[in-house]
Write a new protein. Sequence first.
Length: 310
Amino acid sequence: MKKKVILDVDTGIDDALGILLAVRSGEMDVLGITTVNGNVSLEQATKNTCKILQLLEKEHEIRVIQGANKPLMRPTFFEHRVHGKDGLGGALLDMPVHVEAADGHAVDFIVEQVKQHAGEVTLVMTAPLTNLALAVMKYPELVHQVKEVIVMGGVVQGFGNVTPTAEFNMYVDPEAAKIVFQAGFPDLTLVGLDVTRKALLTDDHIRALGDSPIARYVKESTAEYMERYYERNGVRACALHDPLAVGVALNKQLVTTRKYYVDVETKSELCDGQTVCDFQNRLSKAANVHVCTEVAADEFLELFIRTLRA
Ligand code: RIB
Ligand code: CA
């Protein structure tokens, strides 16, 4: 039986790599891909997601459903410096998009699918959590009918990638993240920068992909990203943030987790979007999040390359 999943994306470069991994794995029944504003606008994220499905030749099998076009309470905050204005690092610019997003809203799609497949759906969230927060507010029972939620976001022991304390997905919509973390999901796993920064795709890995339309796409879409990453971090690589969240959905053994109480800062001048992890249970609150503390990075990279290789 394939694992029933919904991918929630703000397709950007690494979301696209996560979609490639999910679909090419052959182990996921992707019920749908919901889009949200984040790296780029909702419209651009949706267009990019359709392009990636066309690259996979799955555009007629997997539907794309649009969600929120802005955070719950804050203005949009795009990340064009990292993903380019188009969101795919300039790759597939001349690819015509011949499919459109499905009718309806992502929030209703998530609720409907979770109701229809109670206890079976894994939500893989690789974007700001606006859609899931809206879904929880609209249908609180969702919390008990979802199988599990895997969130790429946050950082609990390192520095942020937008501000000194905040990771992008949390920073864009901290109110949404707080709602999701406080909703009471029994099985919520946080795949934060603490582990995704160890899942680094290098030029050697790309060479190992061989020569295929997907391999050429991966090379083209990550080229600029790797340059930016080198400037910022001194290593030429593409951090596989979102693909690792998909990897965890495929195989939880790839990471070590520990359950802690985690909350999100929403009222701070310097720390909005910070995922605050109560390692010593100072607040005496029930642990709500399985925090990823370690990752078998080499094993994950092998899985990624093996799955995408021609
Ligand atoms: O911080 C990395 C996350 O923010 C990834 O999901 C990336 O796509 C951006 O959305
Ligand atoms: Ca993303």
